[in-house]
Design a protein around this ligand. Structure first.
Ligand code: IPE
Ligand code: IPE
Ligand code: MG
Length: 242
């Protein structure tokens, strides 16, 4: 029997290791972030080439505000530049852009830039590129619970009708299928508050490659590894059902 999977429909990436990559070169962390942005751009093309339908990239976590003012300010500058570039790339390549995370904490121009990106690319039919900015899964779940509570308060929803789907549809990822494959670069074996609800049955691939060094061949390796995984979703192996 054949356990092989198709190409993952949704790949989520924790792009880690920009700082270490810069340090190895005696350069400031911002140099690693700049290089990392170029790699995101390339990965959007590459994922489309491989037939991946959804790509979610973790750009900035709710915990990343703890970094130095200098690093955070540098990252905001990069977001501004790359949001503009992304608009062009999305239009040229039929990419639909979405963002997840609480954008209210960002400066107004970044928040409205993200709105524009979503609005102007919403009818594109190629890869859906989801960028997680000021994203934290606990924060996302907390905001979803608040929405549900408010619906119950006004009488639009009764507690008995709260299902897993009701919760999922109040998350930032509403309408997006759960990730099939999660790739973490930089070698750490942890989720760092990423997609906690959505990754319940996601296959988890960790590579020591630092994000600025991540290339198409690394993406292909992860996808090939995924294609040989046997996914059971809590069931049993096909040949062991008795
Ligand atoms: C990931 O790289 C990018 C962001 C979190 C914005 P890091 O900046 O975490 O790089 P390392 O982990 O310190 O090497
Ligand atoms: C996760 O990386 C967040 C992003 C890639 C944006 P971190 O570098 O912030 O995670 P930890 O601190 O190693 O858990
Ligand atoms: Mg890191």
């Amino acid at each position: 029997m054949n356990n092989e999977n198709a190409v993952p429909r949704h790949v989520a990436i924790i792009l880690d290791g920009n700082g270490r990559w810069a340090k190895q070169r005696n350069m400031p962390r911002s140099f690693g972030h700049k290089e990392g942005c170029k790699v995101i751009e390339q990965t959007v093309y590459d994922a489309g080439e491989l037939g991946i339908e959804y790509l979610t990239a973790y750009g900035f976590s709710t915990e990343n505000w703890k970094r130095s003012d200098e690093e955070v300010t540098g990252l905001m500058k990069l977001f501004r530049i790359y949001m503009k570039r992304l608009m062009g790339i999305a239009k040229e390549n039929n990419v639909r852009v979405k963002s997840i995370g609480d954008r209210r904490r960002f400066p107004e121009d970044i928040a409205s830039g993200l709105d524009d990106l979503e609005e102007q690319t919403k009818d594109n039919t190629g890869l859906t590129f989801i960028i997680a900015l000021n994203y934290g899964a606990r924060d996302e779940i907390t905001r979803a619970v608040k929405k549900v509570a408010e619906e119950v308060r006004v009488g639009a929803l009764s507690p008995e009708d709260i299902t897993e789907d009701v919760i999922a549809s109040r998350l930032d990822t509403a309408g997006i299928p759960d990730p099939d494959l999660l790739i973490r670069t930089g070698g750490e074996m942890r989720l760092s508050n990423y997609l906690l609800y959505q990754a319940a049955y996601t296959e988890f691939y960790v590579t020591d490659v630092l994000w600025p060094d991540f290339r198409m061949e690394d993406l292909k390796k992860a996808v090939e590894w995924y294609m040989h995984r046997e996914r059971r979703f809590g069931g049993v192996k096909q040949e062991q059902t008795t």
